[in-house]
Ligand binder design. Structure first.
Ligand SMILES: *[C@@H]1O[C@H](CO)[C@@H](O)[C@H](O)[C@H]1NC(C)=O
Length: 552
């Protein structure tokens, strides 16, 4: 009885404590939490999926960088953004750092300093617009590495600082449509943003007037954005509501929003075109009837969400105080870990699968795909380029890739009709000469990356002959290493691209795997930095030398 009594007392005290932290005014965040609704997962016709088509993916550049989040392509060249803040060009067998907007930083726990490019898009002239979660929107000349800040997110827009600038699309007239996922929390507090009040926004940057205009607010973690081919509407993923909204830009409903598709089997992330009028979206965190998505369950319970956010903020408090008195790396790492996206990946993603959905222009799901061998998981974006589908993930230290004809056979068959591919095709010929030059540069750059990293005790052996990437950390390497031949349906007229990873399996890599996640990050960042310095100054300038320019 004494035992029961003390348990009872404990329960009362804990309940009292939770009630106090939930309802006491003055504790951060002091805003009212609204409930919002998430419709139940829709029933999926087995004809639509999920189809197991994402198995045996190649892993490119494994261990060389972390978190390739989004892709963009121009002139047959692919670009992505990674942790540490760099935008990289992905070449046939190498990657080249192009630009970084943030400051020098020691590792992932300083991501607010490093910068984090989360979205990117080319305009028709080949200017790359990159949206960085900490530094705003930049226009980049990918040939010179020069850039210009277009939207400075330290200034409020309609009274609120845009936090977690996330995705971007460029209209024909140069206007930028972009999302900010939160108005309350920064990216390093992603869990808070997931539990918090829907405060995301869809914003249009009017290029002629150089002004931002808020089109939609109170969105549930506004994420991917894409304009329809005719620019009559924009689609926006509301990640924590499990749906995609449609915002009309033309016609009688202009300025109105409606649900494009809801009841998705998870939290939708970036949106891409399928090249044929439809769209491709991935679920970064997935759900099914046995594995519900936590943020969906919590959506209608504002007090519960507020309590959790306040609990986490209280956990941070002593470390914040300590850090104020005595700034040090340990408290910095703890503060970053609480609420960071790593926690999100592990605790929210119980299904541990990602779905790739192809949706037609009316919001009907055409197909849902997944990978049974789990080689593709936690995907933020699926991007069609050069006869392949490229997969990015904030949680993976590689880019995954599969032939388009395996993933979307009917798209591969029709690919020649794609207007996007046509323009790439036309551009491919003038890329060739440029590429010949660059090849020399990238070869020299890649030999330098296998230098001993700071914490490595063994001397890494640069491997002379390129090897096919073999996953070392996961037990399931693809049984048949892919020979990356272009398919005959490939519309590109370039040579087949064989992605080799010349330095991938050095001794230092094996060592890196055993170290903590933080160490890996430092080393990766160091290896990218080294690349930046070793590369030809014409090709890639050291970040410090990249001065913003106004005449881009
Ligand atoms: C944004 O503006 C602030 C204040 O004017 C400035 O310190 C900062 O460097 C600007 N950011 C960028 C990315 O240009």
């Amino acid at each position: 009885m004494g035992y029961l009594k003390s348990v009872g007392t404990a329960v009362i005290y804990i309940g009292l404590f939770l009630a106090i932290i939930t309802f006491i005014p003055g504790l951060p965040p002091d805003s009212e939490f609204r409930e919002y609704s998430v419709v139940p997962l829709r029933d999926i016709d087995p004809k639509i999926g999920p189809k197991n088509r994402l198995t045996n993916a190649e892993r490119l550049f494994e261990g060389k960088f972390t978190g390739p989040e989004a892709f963009a392509a121009y002139d047959g060249q692919l670009y992505t953004g990674v942790h540490g803040g760099y935008v990289l060009r992905i070449e046939e067998d190498d990657f080249v750092p192009i630009v970084k907007f943030g400051e020098k930083c020691d590792g992932m726990w300083q991501e607010h300093k490093c910068g984090r490019p989360l979205g990117m898009k080319f305009d028709k002239k080949g200017n790359l617009y990159v949206i960085d979660a900490y530094y705003g929107i930049f226009k980049v000349n990918v040939a010179t590495g020069e850039y210009k800040n277009i939207v400075n997110v330290s200034k409020p827009i309609d009274g609120k600082i845009p936090l977690i600038p996330n995705s971007i699309d460029v209209a024909e007239n140069g206007d930028l449509y972009w999302t900010t996922s939160s108005s309350d929390f920064a990216l390093y507090d992603l869990v808070f943003a997931f539990l918090g009040n829907p405060s995301g926004r869809l914003i249009r940057y009017n290029a002629a007037k150089q002004k931002n205009e808020v089109l939609l607010q109170n969105l549930a973690f506004a994420n991917g954005i894409i304009l329809s081919d005719d620019e009559s509407f924009a689609l926006v993923s509301e990640t924590i509501a499990g749906h995609i909204i449609k915002y009309h830009l033309k016609g009688p409903k202009a300025g109105q929003k409606e649900i494009f598709i809801d009841g998705l089997p998870g939290a939708p992330d970036n949106l891409q075109s399928d090249g044929q009028g439809g769209f491709i979206v991935t679920t970064i965190i997935s759900a099914n009837s046995e594995h519900p998505q936590l943020s969906f369950i919590l959506a209608p319970h504002p007090y519960l969400r507020k309590m959790l956010v306040r609990l986490l903020l209280m956990m941070e408090l002593p470390f914040k105080l300590l850090h104020d008195i005595y700034p040090n790396t340990f408290t910095e790492k703890v503060l970053h870990a609480i609420g960071s996206y790593h926690v999100l990946g592990d605790t929210f993603n119980t299904l541990k699968k990602s779905f790739v959905l192809r949706i037609d222009a009316s919001g009907n799901i055409i197909e849902i795909l997944f990978s049974e061998d789990n080689t593709i998981n936690g995907i933020s974006e699926a991007f069609i380029h050069n006869g392949f589908v490229w997969f990015g993930s904030p949680w993976r230290n590689y880019i995954a890739r599969l032939p388009l004809k395996q993933v979307f056979p009917d798209l591969a068959n029709n690919e020649k009709q794609s207007s996007r591919t046509r323009s790439e095709n036309a551009a491919a010929s003038n890329v060739k000469s440029e590429r010949a030059k660059r090849d020399t540069i990238s070869t020299s750059a890649s030999t330098t990356t296998s230098k001993p990293t700071p914490t490595s005790t063994t001397t890494p052996k640069p491997i002379a002959t390129p090897t096919t990437s073999k996953p070392t950390t996961t037990p399931k390497p693809s049984p048949t290493p892919k020979v990356d031949k272009r398919t005959t349906t490939d519309s590109s007229n370039e040579k087949p691209s064989t992605i080799k990873n010349p330095t991938s399996k050095s001794a230092s890599d094996a060592k890196v795997k055993k170290n903590s996640a933080e160490t890996v990050k430092v080393e990766q960042d160091a290896s990218i930095r080294e690349k930046v310095q070793k590369s030809s100054p014409k090709k890639v300038k050291p970040v410090e030398a990249n001065r913003p320019r106004d005449d881009l």
